[in-house]
Design a protein around this ligand. Structure first.
Ligand SMILES: Cc1ncc(COP(=O)(O)O)c(C=O)c1O
Length: 437
């Protein structure tokens, strides 16, 4: 029997359900930089919801656009039919992508974007007569969502081991986290570009003629903010070019201003062949993801196909009218408020604040890039993750939302934040770290 307010029916994602239901922490409202908790207090959002509310909460133009879309056209299929806003959203998004990546496929989430990108890569290799190129290369500690494709190329062990054998024909580069050489790096760590040579090792092992694509997050987010070493992404691009392998950047977190440009590809000056996105695309007000493909990749698949459907892939809600309206309104806000520049303008101040925690109790590394911050804590002996979890709970109860992953605190505030918010975030974290064992 369920009461209307019974907490048992909702099986919560990526949650310690038993603990949460003993001590629920809920939000009931949000505006700007803050949530309102059910207990009544305001909570400063230092994580942009879940790396996604880049323009701050409850933005009126987005709300109005969603309402208007719902009233005019609640749903229209995009299989063999369509509606104008989906095309407008795609064109607007294409303008923000690196030159040439102007063919947009819509999805509903980052996970769907990743699986879509992997399928496009495979379909492309087949369409150009290289059907033997089926192998997919990910990276240890990579997070690419939770679809079978995403967890197969992903490298977060806990997300893989409950689920059997996953996709075959997948291999992984080593991750780039090297605290022995790079701890407390400001911005890009100096050491580790050579880890891109791992791709040469995998090419030697498997043969380039078997490898379709490599997928990496330009800055790895969910694993705890791993910033790429200087020159690493450039080297990866060179090796992909040398061996005729597609390069996919998973920009579900890094796109839409998180690192100071529309995409991390633009910030790093490295152009992949496919970019996956979600989250900030609609400021998270309606679920939506997207994949931007290089025009040649799109044209090759489309032109090689017999008359009829060219790519046997899509979602009922690809380009949903409410999501398309939210995306257009969101991209308008980013442009009107210059929000993509904010991460660059604030980067030094943010970096100083992140690194002010060097020397705080338990802190063994601080890292930052754009408006991303990672603070790694020494695990409690015999109780990994518990120390960071305690920081998370104390922060929430004192009015600060952070994210923790393992023993790492990961921060990604809305891009509308002010210096006073930065002071508050790190002041409070410093106090909490001093308090706990
Ligand atoms: C890099 C990356 N890819 C994919 C995903 C999955 O996105 P979603 O949770 O919307 O499926 C995430 C989510 O955090 C992500 O960070």
């Amino acid at each position: 029997m369920h009461e209307p307010n019974d907490l048992s029916a909702f099986w919560m994602p990526f949650t310690d359900n038993r603990a949460f239901k003993q001590h629920p922490r809920m939000f009931v409202a949000a505006e700007g930089m803050h949530y309102t908790a059910a207990a009544g207090h305001k909570v400063l959002d230092a994580t942009g919801g879940l790396w996604c509310v880049n323009a701050g909460h409850a933005r009126r133009p987005i709300i109005d656009a969603i309402k208007a879309a719902a009233e005019q056209l609640d749903f229209a299929p995009t299989f063999q039919l369509a509606h104008p806003a989906a095309f407008e959203a795609a064109s607007r998004l294409a303008l923000l992508m690196p030159a040439g990546l102007d063919r947009i496929f819509f999805t509903n989430s980052g996970s769907e974007s990743v699986d879509t990108a992997l399928k496009i890569a495979l379909a492309y290799q087949k369409a150009r007569g290289m059907g033997g190129k089926t192998r997919l290369i990910g990276r240890e500690r990579g997070y690419h969502g939770v679809g079978f494709g995403g967890i197969s190329v992903g490298g977060i062990v806990g997300n893989r081991r409950q689920f059997g054998t996953l996709l075959t024909g997948v291999d992984h580069l080593r991750h780039t986290h090297d605290p022995a050489r790079n701890a407390f790096s400001r911005g890009l760590p100096l050491h580790g570009a050579d880890l891109a040579e791992d791709l040469e090792r995998l090419v030697a092992l498997h043969g380039a003629e078997t490898i379709a694509a490599v997928i990496v997050e330009p800055v790895a987010g969910s694993t705890g903010v791993l910033v790429p070493p200087v020159g690493y992404l450039q080297r990866l691009r060179e090796i992909c070019d040398k061996h005729d392998i597609l390069l996919i950047f998973d920009e579900v977190i890094t796109a839409f201003g998180r690192v100071g440009k529309a995409t991390a590809a633009e910030r790093f000056g490295v152009s992949p062949d496919i970019i996956t996105m979600a989250k900030g695309l609609t400021n998270a007000a309606v679920p939506m993801g997207a994949v931007a493909a290089r025009r040649e990749v799109h044209d090759c698949i489309v032109n090689a196909a017999a008359p009829g459907i060219e790519l046997f892939h899509g979602y009922t809600y690809s380009g949903h009218p409410l999501a398309a309206a939210a995306a257009i309104a969101t991209l308008d806000i980013y442009a009107a408020e210059g929000l993509f520049d904010k991460a660059i303008e604030l980067e030094d101040y943010w970096s100083d604040a992140v690194h002010s925690l060097k020397g705080a109790r338990h802190v063994i590394d601080c890292r930052n890039y754009g408006l991303m911050g990672g603070i790694e804590l020494a695990p409690r002996p015999g109780a990994p993750t518990k120390r960071a979890l305690e920081v998370f709970h104390r922060a929430f109860d004192s009015g600060l939302l952070i994210r923790v992953t393992g023993d790492i605190i990961a921060l990604s505030p809305p891009l509308i934040l002010e210096k006073s918010h930065i002071d508050e975030i790190f002041g409070r974290l410093g106090e909490i770290l001093a308090l706990i064992d």
